[in-house]
Design a protein around this ligand. Structure first.
Ligand code: IFM
Length: 469
């Protein structure tokens, strides 16, 4: 049987984030984050879910690491909760909070699991939001100070560092459509947030370079949109290019070329004069990094025509009547036919191949990691011994892992792949209504039950590849 083998040293793993799994929001001196606040806004989260308990990982971390080892995971991507380390977002380190991550990293290393650490996965300390959040420059400066605390503590053991996860979501879901914390609906503020998130990244890179050994890898993770035109009509081609600007090039160009794209500056000129970009910022933001993290779930199909088929993903595109895509008035996301996950996201692995090939072509010399990919499916424990059959997730993962292999064959430099997610967890505005885990979590008892997909992934990792057919 022909096997699609991955390059030697390819890093396989699973990913989570702090607020989605840790719970224990008041333990060890942790301060409140914007998500603790947002979850209490009536109607903000489906079912009124909060991260108060989540998967209780803060208390169960040792068992969870043992589970990862049982599942044969070579890598684990997780995030640090800023409000555990600095409860108000500034000042001295909270030793109990830092100690938790110390124990977690040690537990991973004892089991031979490579930690990939993300410094920011959306849980901004509430105090910093009260001071202006990502719309103000001081938040980026505070992030650098926080980075310094974490780096000094973990530099000797963690080699793979990511500054910020999906700044698109923080800026545009947080400050444009308001679907995410802090729930603001203001396009001007969302563009300020873009710049300060990127500045936070750049300032953190400076800190990490001085605190980490040369062998460490510093990266950022984006969720680039694979924006396909709905048709070959030039109006749709232009619309897709515009979405590519506000979703992708607004991050990629400053990070890798030290400038904001002219077309994005033009299409947002009625919203802001961008005067919050100060001399020298773009040099800081574009300091070289060692890798780019790519999160991919589904492509978007974009039309520039005012009428036509039904719009897709209305919750993400437009929430409370405000679009998550500033400067894109009149454009519409089209719902394409095809199979979908429980999130109602179209399944299209070819979008991942196209995205990785494009990024590799545009960013020569920058290794890529797929830092998130996965699918939400409700698959409850069966009657016979609790076995959980989730063939649909296996099929999704198989298709997308093949897509990564295709991208490598076509020349993309992809070095790793992390499934989202290790555990079923708190899915932000969707609360607990969506289950992305390789491992089922009973939220009443905290019990973990590995799904069929976890066993399947283990086999794939052992083979470092999958059957071609
Ligand atoms: O759960 C999220 C994660 O926090 C960030 N990327 C997308 C995932 C699925 O929506």
């Amino acid at each position: 049987m022909t096997v699609l083998e991955f390059p030697p040293g390819f890093l396989w793993g699973a990913a989570t984030s702090a607020y989605q799994i840790e719970g224990a929001v008041a333990a060890g001196g942790r301060g409140p984050s914007i998500w603790d606040t947002f979850c209490r806004v009536p109607g903000a989260v489906i079912g009124g879910g909060t991260g108060d308990i989540a998967c209780d990982h803060y208390r169960r971390y040792a068992d969870d690491v043992a589970l990862m080892a049982d599942l044969g995971l070579p890598g684990y991507r997780f995030s640090i909760a800023w409000p555990r380390v600095q409860p108000g977002g500034s000042g001295p380190a909270n030793s109990a909070g830092l100690a938790f991550y110390d124990r977690l990293v040690d537990a991973l290393l004892e089991r031979g699991i490579t930690p990939m650490l993300t410094l920011y996965h959306w849980d901004l300390p509430q105090q910093l939001q009260d001071d202006g959040g990502w719309t103000v420059r001081s938040t980026a400066e505070r992030f650098a100070a926080y980075t310094e605390i974490v780096a000094r503590r973990l530099a000797d053991r963690v080699r793979l560092w990511t500054t910020v996860n999906e700044p698109w979501c923080s800026a545009f879901l947080g400050y444009a459509s308001g679907m995410h914390a802090p729930g603001i609906r203001d396009h001007r503020q969302s563009l300020q947030a873009v710049h300060h998130l990127l500045l936070a990244h750049g300032l953190a890179v400076q800190v990490l370079r001085s605190a980490l050994p040369a062998s460490a890898q510093v990266s950022i993770t984006l969720n680039p949109h694979q924006a396909d035109p709905a048709s070959a009509d030039p109006v749709d081609l232009a619309a897709a290019y515009r979405v590519d600007g506000i979703a992708n090039r607004i991050f990629l160009d400053p990070l890798f070329h030290g400038r904001y794209p002219d077309d994005v500056l033009a299409t947002t000129a009625h919203l802001t004069d961008w005067s919050f970009v100060r001399d020298g910022d773009l040099e800081v933001i574009s300091a070289p990094i060692d890798a780019l993290g790519v999160n991919y779930y589904t492509p978007v199909s974009v039309s520039g025509r005012a009428t036509g088929p039904e719009a897709a993903d209305p919750t993400e595109e437009k929430h409370g009547g405000v679009s998550a895509f500033p400067g894109c008035d009149g454009l519409r996301m089209i719902k394409q036919p095809g199979r979908r996950t429980d999130m109602d996201w179209l399944i299209d692995p070819s979008g991942l191949t196209r995205l990785l090939v494009r990024l590799s072509r545009d960013l020569p010399g920058v290794p890529l990691f797929v830092t998130e990919n996965g699918a939400a499916y409700h698959a409850p424990p069966g009657a016979n011994g609790g076995r959980i059959r989730d063939e649909a997730r296996i099929e999704y993962l198989r298709g997308h892992i093949r897509a990564v292999h295709d991208a490598i064959r076509l020349g993309a430099d992809v070095r790793g792949y992390f499934v989202w997610s290790l555990l079923d967890n708190f899915e932000w505005a969707w609360g607990y209504s969506q289950r992305f885990g390789l491992v089922y979590v009973d939220y009443e008892t905290g019990e973990r039950i590995p799904k069929q997909s976890a066993a399947w992934l283990r086999g794939l990792i052992e083979a470092n590849g999958l059957p071609a057919a």
